[in-house]
Design a protein around this ligand. Structure first.
Ligand code: C2E
Ligand code: C2E
Ligand code: C2E
Length: 91
């Protein structure tokens, strides 16, 4: 795509997220549940999150946003397209 293309949305697959063992996914599971609660958005199979939230989660997981994104793609929680969101973000 061209330089003017907007970054892709970060869309969490909540069904896959619930299947990842909580030793690994616990912080993200709690973070997503908090956003759902703040929005009153309880019935979705997916949850769109802010680019800023990925940065916050990277701090929580003590990883770079791109390494965390790869992990979430590996879990099936983020689409491979999310890579472009991070590339776009890491300047
Ligand atoms: P807020 O950040 O003050 O946003 C107030 C309202 O503005 C939101 O109410 C929503 O209707 C709208 N809004 C703000 N940013 C966006 C956006 O990027 N896209 C869309 N579609 N709407 C937006 P809502 O959804 O009831 O959320 C209430 C509060 O919950 C928000 O207040 C914020 O403090 C928190 N929140 C909700 N979703 C998220 C999230 O994905 N990440 C973070 N960090 N906080 C969130
Ligand atoms: P989209 O962004 O491609 O989302 C497609 C569908 O994924 C949505 O259909 C909804 O079923 C689900 N989805 C995505 N993000 C969330 C989420 O955070 N929570 C929940 N519960 N479901 C989510 P829906 O609702 O019929 O929306 C169709 C299209 O309408 C969306 O396509 C988007 O283009 C637009 N849209 C809906 N809500 C918003 C919004 O808050 N902000 C913006 N900018 N567009 C919206
Ligand atoms: P979206 O609703 O399509 O919004 C796309 C981008 O437009 C957001 O990316 C943000 O940069 C900007 N934007 C939209 N509404 C607002 C607003 O009220 N205030 C500000 N300051 N910026 C706004 P971002 O932040 O990465 O969010 C990505 C997606 O996450 C949003 O797509 C929406 O689907 C969801 N989201 C984020 N925050 C909220 C929220 O507070 N409430 C709800 N319901 N959805 C949110």
């Amino acid at each position: 795509g061209g330089a003017a293309e907007p970054p892709p949305k970060l869309v969490l697959d909540l069904e896959r997220l619930s299947q990842v063992p909580s030793e690994k996914a616990g912080p993200l599971q709690r973070y997503a549940a908090t956003i759902q609660s703040q929005r009153g958005d309880y019935n979705g199979k997916v949850l769109s999150i802010r680019q800023d939230d990925l940065r916050t989660l990277a701090v929580i997981y003590d990883q770079s946003p791109s390494v965390l994104t790869e992990q979430l793609i590996g879990w099936g929680v983020l689409d491979a397209d999310a890579r472009r969101a991070v590339q776009h973000d890491e300047v």
